[in-house]
Design a protein around this ligand. Structure first.
Ligand code: FMN
Length: 165
C-alpha cells in the first residue's frame, strides 16, 4: 500500500498526529506538508490533516483539498472545540464536500491545545467564537489516547480499503 499523508500545522498539534499516521500505517508512506502541494495521483490511500481556523479547515488545506485527485481518503482535524461539537463536525463535513469525487473511508476530530497568548486574546472578544468555551479542555492534546483513537479509525479505513481490492 502506498500512502500519501499531507498535513498543515502552525503550532505542532496536527503535525504530531500526521507523524503518528506515518509511523502507524503499513506499507510505503510519504509525509508532506500542505505547503509542498504534493501531487496526489498514484497513491492507494491519501490522508489529509488540517487545523481549524475561523470554523473551517485552514486556508492552505482548503485550497489543497480542492485539488486532490479522486481516490481513497481519510481526513482528520485538530481544533480547540470539543471533538463532538457542531463546530468541529461541520468543518469536517465541509472538507468532505470539497473532495466529493473521492471516497472518504474515515474521519477523525481531535482537540488540539490552543496557544496561550492567542487564547487569551480571543477570550476578550465579545461575543466569543463558539469554540473558545471548549478550549481549556484542549490543554495537553493531542495525547497518547488521541493517537490510539486515531489509529483505530485508520485501521477501520484500511480494512475497508483492503475489502475493496
Ligand atoms: C488563528 C487561529 C484560529 C483558530 N480558529 C479556531 C476555530 O475556528 N475553531 C477551533 O475549534 N479552533 C480554532 N483554533 C485552534 C486551533 O485550531 C487548534 O489549536 C489546532 O490544534 C492548532 O493546530 P496546529 O498546532 O497543528 O497548528 C484557532 C487557532 C488559531 C491560532
Amino acid at each position: 500500500m502506498k500512502t500519501l499523508i499531507v498535513y498543515s500545522s502552525k503550532s505542532g498539534n496536527t503535525r504530531k498526529l500526521a507523524e503518528a499516521v506515518y509511523d502507524f500505517l503499513p506499507g510505503e508512506n510519504f509525509l508532506r506538508t500542505v505547503e509542498e502541494k504534493p501531487d496526489s495521483s498514484g497513491y492507494d490511500f491519501i490522508v489529509v490533516g488540517f487545523w481549524l481556523q475561523g470554523g473551517k479547515a485552514d486556508p492552505e488545506s482548503l485550497e489543497y483539498l480542492a485539488t486532490i485527485a479522486p481516490g481513497n481518503l481519510f481526513l482528520f482535524a485538530t481544533h480547540g472545540a470539543s471533538a463532538s461539537s457542531q463546530h468541529a463536525q461541520k468543518a469536517i463535513q465541509e472538507a468532505k464536500e470539497l473532495v466529493s469525487s473521492s471516497k472518504v473511508l474515515g474521519t477523525f476530530n481531535c482537540q488540539g491545545e490552543v496557544k496561550k497568548e492567542f487564547l487569551a486574546k480571543v477570550q476578550q472578544k465579545d461575543p466569543q467564537p463558539p469554540w473558545v468555551k471548549d478550549a481549556p479542555g484542549a490543554v495537553g492534546h493531542p495525547d497518547g489516547s488521541d493517537i490510539a483513537n486515531l489509529q483505530s479509525e485508520l485501521e477501520r479505513a484500511v480494512t475497508m480499503l483492503r475489502a475493496e481490492k
